[in-house]
Design a protein around this ligand. Structure first.
Ligand code: 59J
Length: 581
């Protein structure tokens, strides 16, 4: 190639490069003009319309169920309406319709926005129904958006309210099991990066920053069927007897599980507005009362264990009055010379006192404390009372006597049920639980207890006292209305004068019934307490015993517990012997 041709080619390429460069420069200038000036508004709008945000991703709180997995507390997804105040403040024209749709006052909305004008988030209305949420979003008001949340719903309502409890608006447990197991039930929200549009709506999920973790479910020991039944019957009895309040507890005597626990008055946990605080109380664990005559079986256990009494030992209760120091103890009637069984069957205060005064105070105290009176039940329920059982060292004769028939000590309904469960089994009270108990854990627990505690009595004496308690429900006893056809029932009535300031109040009573079924092979213990019945009838045998009978009859049937009335009981045993001769 010649030098000329070479330079010609070189010059041509220079023009070409120059041309390309100039062209590119012009193109850039045009593009700049286009972006910066000609299409500025459109593009700026687009840029503002989409932005990247990290938002929280809620997870649901664990479910609370009954022992069969039936839901008692459940979290359902709902939406809360919130706003970015800085945007909503600009859209003043949409305030009236927004306020009216959400059911808030226009002035309240204005005040809210004014107060939060420098913030980027404010709740307008939490947990709205889905159709309302959709209507609000259809308004397309700038800065107004939805946030997914969960609302707690209690399917059994007031029937399980006192046990389950409730959460506050931030999903934190406030009462009952919701409070006790808050840590387990609680969820941990996740977080995700999203793209939102100008209205604050998520238009694209970009990535998950943190996994959401739902709370754990919890299965209670409660049997929803028994709970409903107990609730219905207690409520009816409190109303019928024009009483102030009431409680009922059913325990599985073999496991210590609470199968049912109900109180009156109750409340609806799904709508707590305007509820009287006193209705929130789970009285069966928080309130104490003097157990009166329902204590007598334990006095008799102590008496039999002393070796100085048998069920047939005679006790003189005449003339129906008995002086101890400067006080006089009364019976309902003069029962005369009666055996120990009849002390229970007729509920003689004098009989119980005489038994107590002939055994050591330490033995009586040991038996009462031994079945768990004066101590917590181990239920872990918030605000549980441990009752009161004074040390026997402080007892004078009058206290030894009154404690023997249930005055001068105080118990909760749950404690009393647990004591009867101990009487129904091996004389060693199990810790009570509101959770479904695992059989292996139960076996281990029983082993530990057997290693730690002596039973309060030998099995024979426990059976003898249960036999006496069967007579309470039979003809001639104070608790005939507690009878359940087909089953042998062991139980005790109590009619307790309530103590006020300065002593026991006339015409102010508590009606009690505590019992065990089936007596031949006990499975359930139940306590019914009706506080201040104001009707014609106020005796435990007339007010509490019928509730026991109705609920126990249903419970035994629902649990498929076979009838045992064909097994010879204490009433029939003599008759059978007589028939054979
Ligand atoms: C009673 C008491 C009060 C406290 C007495 C009930 C005493 C007592 C001082 C009179 C009603 C009444 C420490 S009675 O539960 O004996 O269940 O069906 O409140 O005795 O000394 O107008 N129960 N009840 N006593 N106090 N102090 C009987 C008995 C009981 C029955 C009926 C009638 C009392 C058979 C109770 C029942 O077993």
């Amino acid at each position: 190639m010649s030098a000329d041709a070479d330079s010609l080619l070189f010059r041509g390429r220079r023009w070409l490069v120059l041309g390309v460069l100039v062209g590119a420069g012009l193109l850039l200038a045009w593009r700049a003009l286009d972006l910066q000036i000609l299409r500025k508004d459109f593009l700026q709008g687009q840029g503002n319309a989409r932005y990247l945000r990290v938002v929280s991703e809620p997870a649901h709180r664990g479910m609370i169920t009954d022992r069969f997995g039936e839901p008692l507390a459940i979290s359902t997804p709902v939406d809360s309406v919130w706003a970015d105040p800085q945007q909503l403040i600009q859209a003043r024209e949409s305030w009236p319709v927004l306020a009216s749709m959400l059911g808030i006052k226009r002035s309240a909305l204005e005040r809210l926005l004014a107060a939060k004008q420098n913030k980027e988030f404010v709740y307008l209305k939490r947990r709205v129904p889905p159709d309302l949420a959709a209507k609000v979003m259809a308004l397309e008001i700038p800065g107004v958006a939805l946030m997914p949340e969960y609302k707690r719903f209690y399917p059994a309502g007031e029937v399980t309210a006192h046990i389950v409890g409730f959460t506050n608006v931030d999903d934190a447990g406030q009462e009952g099991m919701e409070l006790v197991f808050d840590q387990r039930l609680r969820s941990t929200p996740g977080a995700k990066r999203v793209i939102k549009d100008r209205l604050g709506h998520v238009v694209e999920n970009v990535e998950r920053v943190r996994e959401p973790h739902p709370g754990q479910d919890i299965a209670l020991s409660i049997d929803r069927r028994l709970q409903y039944l107990a609730y219905r019957e207690l409520k009816a009895a409190v109303r019928k007897n024009r009483a102030d309040a009431g409680s009922a507890v059913i325990l599985d005597v073999q496991t210590g599980e609470v199968l049912a626990m109900v109180n009156q008055p109750a409340y609806n946990p799904n709508n707590r507005s305007g509820v009287n605080r006193s209705h929130l109380r789970n009285r069966a664990v928080t309130d104490v009362f003097e157990p009166g005559s329902t204590t007598k079986p334990f006095t008799v256990v102590a008496a039999l264990e002393s070796g100085r009494f048998t069920p047939d030992t005679l006790v003189d209760t005449s003339p129906g009055r008995f002086r101890v120091g400067r006080k006089t103890i009364h019976d309902f009637r003069d029962y005369g010379l009666i055996d120990v069984s009849t002390v229970i069957q007729k509920s003689s205060n004098i009989g119980a006192s005489k038994l107590a005064l002939s055994i050591s105070p330490e033995r009586l105290w040991g038996t009462l404390a031994g079945v768990g009176l004066g101590a917590g039940t181990g239920s872990g329920f918030p605000g549980e009372s441990s009752g009161l059982l004074a040390d026997f060292a402080t007892w004078r004769d009058i206290e030894r006597a009154t404690v023997s028939y249930g005055y001068g000590l105080s118990v909760t309904a749950l404690q009393l049920a647990r004591a009867y469960a101990a009487l129904a089994t091996d004389g060693r009270p199990l810790p009570v639980t509101f959770l479904r108990r695992d059989p292996d854990e139960l076996a281990e627990l029983k082993e530990d207890l057997a290693a730690m505690y002596e039973p309060i009595a030998e099995p024979g004496n426990l059976r003898r006292v249960r036999d006496m308690l069967e007579r309470v429900v039979q003809k001639g006893g104070t608790g005939t209305q507690a009878a359940v056809p087909g089953y042998r029932i062991a139980g005790k009535t109590g009619t307790v004068k309530k103590s006020g300031v300065g002593g026991y109040v006339e015409d102010s009573y508590m009606a009690l019934f505590a019992g065990i079924a089936p007596a031949s092979n006990p499975r359930l213990a139940m306590v019914v307490m009706v506080d201040e019945p104001r009707g014609e009838k106020y005796y435990g045998g007339a007010v509490a015993a019928p509730v026991f009978a109705k609920v126990m009859a249903g419970a035994l049937r629902m649990l498929d517990i076979p009838p045992d009335d064909l097994q010879p009981g204490p009433g029939q045993r003599l008759a059978l012997l007589g028939g054979a001769q």
